[in-house]
Design a protein around this ligand. Sequence first.
Ligand code: ZN
Ligand code: ZN
Length: 334
Amino acid sequence: MKIPNSMQAMVLEKQKQPLVLKTINIPSPSAEQVLVKIIACGVCRTDLHIADGELSNPKLPLIIGHEIVGVVAQKGNAVSTLKEGDVIGIPWLGFTCGKCKYCLRGKENLCENALFTGYTMNGGYAEYTIAFEKYCFHLDKKYANASGAPLLCAGLIGYRSYSMIDKNAENIGIYGFGAAAHLITQAAVFHHKKIYAFTRDGDVPAQQFALNLGATWAGNSSQPSPVKLDAAIIFAPAGNLIPKALQDIDKGGKVICGGIHMSDIPSFSYDILWEERSIQSVANLTRKDGEEFLKLAAAASIKTETKLFQLHEANEALRQLREGKFTGAAVLIM
Ligand SMILES: [Zn+2]
Ligand SMILES: [Zn+2]
């Protein structure tokens, strides 16, 4: 594959400032890395948290974006499982050390020396990027385009959140019906679960979207759940949803928080946590989550609802995500 000398990228030079379109050199892969020509990159809420300064200490200047679909353009000397022309997905987890206590316990998502795509290493709001071979996923042909991008974070984090729930859970509440929710709802419906979708109050398009994807019920977050839920997953970055979800779940139920950042949680009475209800956050992903979820997505024929933007429109895509202007997932196409 012929590789040009330079590429276009949307660069975050400083947090709380818009991204800047720049022409920069194309990076060279190290021995364990591949150079990837990007087809599409999803726009995730985490990108917003990084750009808006809610997540601290990103590498700067930084190319954000961690839902990357692309083609291997060049490989380092030690790359063994990927070849030029392979279609791959690059997720948030970009590197782990394999040596710390978390890695040794099979919890590489908590690795002390992890690198994260589009946060502590450059990501996908660009025409090319480099990635460590061992953290890339092969993608099913049907996802070798913009539709595959949301699977790589929204899908993966949604799946990790969903897999924290008791396997026997029947009635599952989802709070915040955006990119992650629309994917995991399809997986849960495939598993014959009943989904109760809670959206921003009055967000009728999102409620209709949830029902179209097979949700049993959809309504406002401020409404009580119509049934006692076995579990709840919160994707919206709103801390006040934690006590609300605790009130909606049954004895022994879990509230799973799928986001990387949330506003403060208001204090609440112990009563609503009593009877072995629990609250758990979900951090990052493991490669095993990725392999399991991508297999499930293909088996369940999970469809992604995307709103497409050009690379140079990244600031506009972020603005629309911040303001909740669309249903599904925003994706940049290169
Ligand atoms: Zn580690
Ligand atoms: Zn993400």
